[in-house]
Design a protein around this ligand. Structure first.
Ligand code: DGL
Length: 270
């Protein structure tokens, strides 16, 4: 299907964490229509093999392409690290693919040369070393140290944030010597903005806590402007699809999207 400026923006994640990115996009680009896909049947991606995440990502891209999306935003660090290059090749001229890692790497390069930066994320993201590889290419002398914090996603999904239990888990992770004397901490997972304030409190607000949602939305806006693909009036309702529906997923959308949205079930495989 051919796309134009009035075509929707496709956004996907392993589940509903990517709604933090969708929310930032809607705030910055209110005239755009959004089709969001949360692969709730297969989450978490952070513990899956690269091949599995690639297979899911291709299936989701098919859904979004069939709906005529002009751009696909991978609102998940785990999928961005495992499947971005493949998706770019797969979609070709049919749609532009944007991930959540490149906008952050560009932001670090512009704002933190010669500094030590920490990164927390899922096992998939951290073991891929993708941030480190991209930062090294910039030759800005940024030292990046990465720590996998796999308990944070299930913790947040279960509603444990802004409480004593989540503070304790966050503290145990961030006490790691590896993260000593960092200037900024990258939240390398789209679920983590929900614990951004708690993390900032751990550092007495002395370390910049960077989440990719606004940075990715700004990157997307610039791309749409450059390509003449900005929509001047919203012409379609937003849709939020999930590969597995539960009432609890729908209830949690309020936490990530700041308002409850209706989730529509859309199977990835028949
Ligand atoms: N939101 C995903 C990410 O950014 C993590 C959730 C998962 O492991 O599926 O990495």
């Amino acid at each position: 299907m051919r796309h134009n400026a009035s075509s929707p923006i496709g956004i996907f994640d392993s589940g509903i964490g990517g709604l933090t990115v969708a929310h930032a996009i809607r705030q910055l680009l209110p005239n755009e229509s959004i089709i969001y896909f949360g692969d709730t049947a297969h989450l978490p991606y952070g513990d899956k093999s690269e091949a599995a995440v690639q297979a899911y990502s291709i299936k989701i891209a098919d859904v979004l392409l069939n709906k005529g999306c002009k751009v696909i935003v991978i609102a998940c660090n785990s999928a961005s690290s495992a499947a971005y290059e493949l998706l770019k090749e797969y979609t070709g001229k049919r749609a532009k693919v944007i991930n959540v890692i490149d906008p952050m790497v560009k932001f670090l390069s512009d704002n933190y040369p010669n500094r030590k930066i920490g990164l927390i994320g899922t096992k998939r993201t951290v073991t891929s070393n993708v941030y480190l590889k991209k930062i090294k290419q910039l030759k800005k002398d940024i030292e990046l140290v990465s720590l996998a914090t796999p308990l944070l996603v299930p913790m947040i999904e279960e509603g444990f944030f802004n409480n004593a239990i989540s503070s304790e888990i966050i503290e145990k992770y961030l006490e790691n010597k590896l993260l000593d004397e960092i200037s900024a901490l990258v939240l390398g997972c789209t679920h983590y903005p929900l614990v951004k304030e708690q993390i900032s409190i751990f550092y007495n607000h002395k370390v910049d806590i960077l989440d990719s949602s606004q940075i990715t939305a700004a990157y997307l806006k610039l791309f749409l402007e450059e390509e003449g693909l900005l929509n001047d009036a919203k012409n379609e309702e937003d849709h939020f699809l999930v590969s597995d529906y539960t009432d609890s997923f729908e209830a949690s959308t309020k936490i990530f999207f700041k308002e409850k949205v209706h989730l529509e079930k859309h199977l990835l495989w028949d």
